[in-house]
Ligand binder design. Structure first.
Ligand code: 8LQ
Length: 466
């Protein structure tokens, strides 16, 4: 399509020796700053190409689109593309049960599969992610490009402090940093005593970059403080986070910035969508997340119709790979919630933006007495309250015919001053949420801290049990 779009081709193969001009804030200056209409025109052609590829290599897509009465050649406009039925996680589970192990949406030869990752399988059967050898290189290239946008450079040390097992986040961050010619420390997380060792290594190595979940960064700061080490001494410049809301929750973001003195970057879509950093902030536009539309096509849709909502509107992200050939996702429904805008970005990139990040999953929204409460709102409020102890839990239960929301928050105050805290934080939270809340306090450092993604909501109501 546009000859000037750097290395734009399908199937994609990037020049593995390429590095941008060291003074450029952009990896691909043209692709990142071009007229969005011109980019969209190229993307539309690519969507047809990806769909043609998927319908000839997988019965999953062929059958799905036959049933909907459409074929790739019909996709001559984005309106037509919005008619393409979404892919759900349930469909992928069924496909893998019927066509083990990777499902009939594996579009490449099984011998091309280079990495296998998967869901943790804590709820329901696990799903396997098969990543092709060439896809892995393309993923590395794309995410190196995004790390460059965050301000990381060749020779920087990047500390990866998230689980190294099935979780794709850590591996995706590692391969990206390697492609960027950084020095990677694949430290991991989750083993006994590991956080305290992370403090030692961070203090010794003073890396420029750090990747984890936001909850884990807060836990790390607490452990460092306990060991009388100021996390600012780590000298981190860029901390990038994915996996859960947090880096775009204002008070959480500020707590991380204040503790470490680094730039906080939010990124991440879904593991299936790796290169999952295709939604990411940049050094010049550090708030929210930009949608790098020439890597993955991101739509924000009405959760009922899966048609896009206008810019300014709220909806659920739907994702389409533009470069994957192993298990390309074409209109994957995320079940998350966000809002998108199109405005001039200070970094000069002409991508749409999620100004508040991804707020959370539709399933995790608490419906209580006709109101909707996002768990991230509780987090956002409590972290701004004086004497908050750093962790909390939300219990939703049915008492008689009424739903009740109990928030149990840690406080640093001694027993004798608890009631003042409960009164102040409890009534403040209630008016912030617009919902009646039973508020209790507990001692600091008594509630469980997350090693990975936090789970703060306990819903005891029968009808919402999954
Ligand atoms: N999720 C992931 N990133 C998020 C973010 N930045 N803000 C809010 N919610 C986010 C491997 C990457 O970390 C992506 C990942 O976590 O993939 P998973 O494990 O498949 O989980 C995906 C879900 O994590 C998303 O649907 C969001 O709910 C959340």
């Amino acid at each position: 399509m546009s000859a000037r779009m750097e290395e734009w081709a399908f199937p994609t193969r990037y020049d593995q020796s390429y590095l941008p001009d060291p003074d450029s804030p952009y990896w691909f200056p043209h692709r990142e700053t071009m007229d969005p209409e011109e980019r969209n025109a190229a993307v539309l052609v690519r969507l047809r190409e990806v769909m043609e590829y998927a319908s000839t290599t997988s019965s999953f897509y062929k059958d799905k689109w036959d049933a909907a009465g459409l074929e790739p050649a019909d996709i001559t406009s984005f309106e037509a593309f919005e008619q393409v039925p979404v892919v759900t996680k349930q469909e992928m589970r069924e496909s893998q049960a019927n066509h083990p192990p990777f499902g009939d949406y594996l579009c490449c030869d099984p011998s091309e599969v280079h990495h296998i990752h998967g869901t943790s399988g804590t709820t329901g059967a696990p799903t396997a992610f098969a990543l092709g050898r060439r896809d892995w290189e393309v993923i590395a290239d794309n995410q190196a490009r995004i790390l460059w946008g965050m301000g990381l450079r060749p020779g920087d040390t990047v500390f990866v402090a998230a689980l190294f097992s099935l979780y794709l986040g850590s591996w995706g961050a590692m391969t990206a940093a390697e492609r960027l010619r950084c020095r990677v420390l694949p430290f991991g997380a989750g083993a006994q005593g590991m956080t305290s060792r992370a403090v030692t290594w961070l203090a010794r190595l003073k890396p420029a970059g750090f990747y984890a979940t936001p909850s884990y960064a807060l836990r790390l700061a607490e452990v460092a403080e306990k060991e009388k080490i100021d996390p600012r001494e780590f000298g981190l410049k860029v901390m990038f986070f994915s996996g859960e809301p947090g880096a775009s929750v204002p008070t959480v973001r500020k707590a991380i910035e204040d503790a470490f003195g680094a730039t906080v970057i939010d990124c991440g879509t879904m593991a299936e969508m790796t290169p999952f950093m295709s939604a990411s902030a940049t050094a010049g536009t550090p708030d929210g997340m930009l949608l790098w539309q020439d890597i993955v096509w991101h739509e924000v849709c009405d959760p009922g119709t899966f048609r896009t909502v206008p810019y300014g509107g709220e909806g659920t992200p739907v994702y389409t790979h533009l470069e994957r050939t192993s298990q390309p996702m074409i209109r994957l429904a995320s079940n998350d919630l966000t809002r998108w805008v199109m405005e001039d970005n200070p970094c000069g990139r002409t991508y749409p933006k999620l100004p508040d990040g991804v707020y959370g999953r539709i399933d995790d929204m608490i419906h209580i007495r006709g109101e909707n409460v996002y768990p991230t709102e509780v987090d956002n409020y409590l972290r701004g309250v004086a004497d908050y102890g750093g962790e909390h839990q939300i219990v939703v239960r049915r008492t008689g015919s009424m739903d009740e929301m109990i928030v149990r928050a840690e406080t640093t105050l001694p027993e004798g001053r608890r009631s003042e805290f409960e009164q102040r934080a409890g009534s403040g939270l209630q008016s912030f949420l617009g919902v009646r809340v039973t508020f209790e306090s507990v001692d600091a450092n008594t509630l469980e801290r997350a090693e990975h993604k936090s789970r703060r909501v306990v819903d005891e109501r029968e009808h919402t049990k999954r």
